[in-house]
Design a protein around this ligand. Structure first.
Ligand code: FES
Length: 200
């Protein structure tokens, strides 16, 4: 009974919209929106415009229900990235589950200036905060900015590499991504060989 009433209501609503011409106006919008919503629900790739992203800034977005960060590293941030063995648990990104092959380099990225990470602490899953100030040595005399997880004190550098002596055991994860052009990134798709050749 309930079902019949609902069907009648929908039929009458559609008839009303058609007769007034409203449906024809709304249709392009509705037909555009529905697949997009479905794609997002299924974790489809997300295209991001980074043209307004300035040095030291971060864009936050969600992909596959996970927080994703896109950061434009300043020259100072890039220059500060090092591979010193004792300082980091995995300086050479040898844990293969933490980044695609294209990000197994010093900067853990396709381009030194753009860092893309999942914003999830590799200890117990909290969301670390971004500490962009290089001089921020308020937490200890070794760490000089990057990402800090307040839950249990894990620290990561500006490439997402985890420091030694903290609870987190792995570097922050790099998701698959590719550049469409200098100002556009697609999260959730792997780069072409050409993109990888231009990697750091
Ligand atoms: S969840 Fe980040 S340090 Fe424990």
């Amino acid at each position: 009974m309930e079902k019949n009433n609902r069907r009648k209501f929908l039929t009458r609503s559609m008839a009303f919209l058609s007769s007034t011409g409203i449906l024809s106006i709304l249709w392009p919008f509705l037909s555009y929106m529905s697949p997009t919503a479905r794609e997002r629900g299924a974790g489809a790739p997300v295209k991001v415009d980074i043209s307004n992203l300035k040095d030291g800034e971060k864009i936050d977005l969600i992909w596959r229900k996970k927080p994703i960060w896109i950061i434009r590293r300043s020259k100072a941030m890039i220059d500060g990235i090092e591979l010193e063995e004792n300082k980091y648990k995995d300086p050479l990104s040898e844990n293969l589950s933490q980044q695609p092959e294209f990000a197994r380099n010093k900067y853990r990225s396709l381009k030194p200036e753009i860092l893309v990470l999942e914003g999830i602490c590799t200890h117990l899953g909290c969301n670390p905060s971004f500490r962009p100030k290089i001089e921020s040595k308020n937490l200890d005399n070794v760490w000089s900015g990057g990402f800090f997880c307040a839950c249990h004190g894990s620290k990561f550098d500006f490439a997402g590499k985890v420091y030694s002596g903290v609870p987190a055991g792995a570097n922050l994860k790099v998701p698959p991504y590719r550049f469409v052009d200098d100002n556009t990134i697609v999260i959730g798709e792997m780069p072409s060989n050409k993109d990888e050749e231009s990697a750091a």
